[in-house]
Design a protein around this ligand. Structure first.
Ligand code: FAD
Length: 550
């Protein structure tokens, strides 16, 4: 990190605080339009909700029930753009919805659409008809028909539904005689996609001789018109800069960030917690084939059961109010049991137990604060809150999805450009998002740069050096969790952690005397955050109350 004697001088300059997918998309959009950018993250790139998501690029079929047509239309448009501009990251995914009944759920859907599902009428209806929430074949067909209409000229095939073929041989429980099918898209590695956005911003800045820097494990402190960047891993290293605009892209930390900066603001965020688990259960993985399931839990919530590479399955998510610091969120045993029950209900051959869970994770959705009756009724769009009372204007990003990161980036850039009285020069709509390094199993040219397995994890160590040098790696946890995605690799063990830590030391990222402590810290995080025992044995849902994750 540079010292304050090398203060960044060129203008205009935007400071993006938070290097999740939204901060990265904003940074890219700004450099594309000739603005210098410095990105800081208190932790690591994609440390927050970005790496704790369901990894889908989707229109949000269920948002139709709440009448959020504009969000669905925007998300479907962005899905098409990402399928075209980031095909190595975003791939079509067939999803099946197992259905029990031909009819049903219509009146409940109308109540939900009108926002009356939590009203006295809604509660009365549920008392009279306990299965009122269960969606029937015709209702889902109607939803899929609307989804296709809103998708306009989508490259994906339309949805359909009917009686399930091959009944009897199927692994889906016979109590579900019908199924609907539709397409959305999967992004196996939003972490690496975020790196690719930042790498593109770096290239754009180089071409235009702009300033572009990314500082991870760094905090921004205000001193009037000046901002000091404090390196949390090396407190002697500081940079001072004078940004023209600050983007608060700290997601679910957004309110805490404003409070740290002593910026007076009403509460903006009302995040909800979502947990997932991964299993290597063979019956379940075989039942999925090359697609996923979108199944209704007993409380009417929809849960995804998704293929994760060739051997694993990702199941999620829950949706609960959450008030604590986002980094303390872990998947609770109760949430895992809820998801396991859903899987066993639909795929009768799986017979999942807690012992089948190889890892789990939890994240906080950066949703807007409001008076919603239930977590699922909180709006899922995005908003930009401007605070212009202080010496530097601050734009806080609220909400947003992986799917709509480009659109949000575009919207934020437009606000910043108009504030800086600069014209829009270019659009990201047709701009390709390349890999930082070629991933052979995703690359048409077949070039052999990085070897990855089918879950997208990087396997060959020689090229890990390139990742360390070019992808802003500063700790062993950065490398293991969000660059190489080894959290999804059941073979991850202590010797591999040590090997990677030594590689970091040989690249000068850590000191040789830090190897042991890095291995210990990384192993502790793997256990506390993901429930992974790195000696290979699977820990069955450890007690992870109040872990110190930071
Ligand atoms: C359970 C779950 C499932 C989801 N599934 C999907 C899905 O399938 N598809 C989809 O489109 N969307 C999904 N989403 C939504 C999506 O993941 C998030 O909306 C998106 O990742 C938010 O990105 P972000 O960049 O705004 O925030 P984050 O990714 O949370 O990034 C915020 C960053 O700010 C940093 N930070 C915090 N405080 C500070 C500070 N003081 N200074 C500097 N940096 C700081 C953090 O370290 C973090 O890196 C899901 C979300 C969750 C939680």
């Amino acid at each position: 990190m540079r010292t304050d004697s090398e203060q960044i001088a060129d203008r205009p300059l935007v400071l993006v605080v938070g290097a999740g997918i939204n901060g990265a998309a904003v940074a890219r959009e700004l450099t594309l339009n000739g603005v210098s950018v410095v990105v800081v993250d208190a932790n690591d790139i994609a440390f927050g909700a970005t790496s704790r998501s369901s990894r889908l690029i989707h229109g949000g079929l269920r948002y139709l029930e709440r009448g959020d047509f504009a969000l669905v239309r925007e998300s479907l448009r962005e899905r098409s753009i990402l399928l075209k501009t980031a095909p190595q990251f975003v791939r079509p995914l067939r999803l099946r919805i197992p259905v029990r009944r031909r009819f049903g759920g219509l009146i409940w859907s109308v109540l939900t659409f009108l926002g009356w599902d939590r009203s006295c009428l809604g509660r009365f209806w549920l008392r009279c008809f306990p299965n009122a929430r269960e969606r029937g074949l015709w209702l889902i067909r109607l939803g899929l028909w609307m989804y296709d209409r809103l998708a306009n000229s989508s490259p994906l095939p339309p949805g359909e539904g009917g009686r399930r073929p091959g009944e009897g041989r199927s692994t889906i429980d016979p109590r579900y005689p019908f199924a609907c099918e539709y397409f959305d898209a999967q992004i196996l590695s939003p972490e690496r996609f975020t790196i690719a956005l930042l790498d593109d911003a770096r290239q754009l800045a180089q071409e235009q001789k702009l300033t572009f820097d990314v500082h991870t494990h760094t905090l921004a402190e205000f001193h009037g018109r000046e901002v000091s960047l404090i390196d949390r891993l090396n407190r002697n290293a500081q940079i001072t800069l004078q940004p023209d605009v600050i983007i608060n892209a700290t997601g679910a930390w957004g309110d805490a960030t404003l409070a740290d900066w002593r910026v007076g603001s009403p509460k903006l965020f009302g995040g909800t917690k979502g947990s997932h688990f991964v299993t290597a259960n063979r019956e379940l993985r075989a039942a999925l084939g090359d697609g996923g399931l979108y199944a209704e839990a007993s409380d009417g919530r929809m849960v995804f059961v998704l293929p994760l590479g060739e051997d694993q399955t990702l199941v999620g998510t829950t949706d609960e109010p959450f008030d604590a610091r986002p980094e303390t969120a872990v998947a609770e045993p109760r949430e895992i049991d809820y998801l396991i029950d859903l899987v066993n209900e639909v795929v009768h051959s799986a017979k999942l137990t807690r012992e089948d869970v190889v890892m789990s994770y939890s994240g906080i959705r950066p949703l807007p604060f409001g008076r919603a009756d239930s977590p699922s009724s909180i709006p899922r769009g995005h908003w930009i809150e401007e605070n212009t009372h202080g010496p530097i204007p601050i734009l806080t990003l609220i909400g947003g999805k992986l799917t709509t990161c480009r659109a949000l980036g575009e919207e934020v850039a437009d606000r910043v450009l108009s504030r800086l009285q600069m014209p829009r020069l270019a659009s990201s709509r047709d701009r390709f998002v390349g890999q930082v390094f070629n991933l052979p199993n995703q690359d048409q040219s077949g070039s052999e740069e990085l070897r990855t397995n089918s879950s997208g994890q990087v396997e060959n160590l020689p090229h890990v050096r390139d990742i360390i040098r070019h992808e802003w790696v500063r700790t062993l946890s950065d490398l293991v969790e969000r660059r190489l995605l080894l959290i999804f690799d059941p073979r991850l063990d202590q010797p591999r952690l040590r090997e990677l830590a030594m590689l970091l030391a040989s690249e000068g990222v850590i000191r040789p005397d830090q190897v042991d402590s890095e291995v210990t810290t990384s192993a502790t995080r793997l256990r506390q955050v993901y429930g992974i025992n790195i000696n290979g044995a699977v820990e069955s849902i450890p007690d992870r109350a109040n872990p110190d994750l930071d």
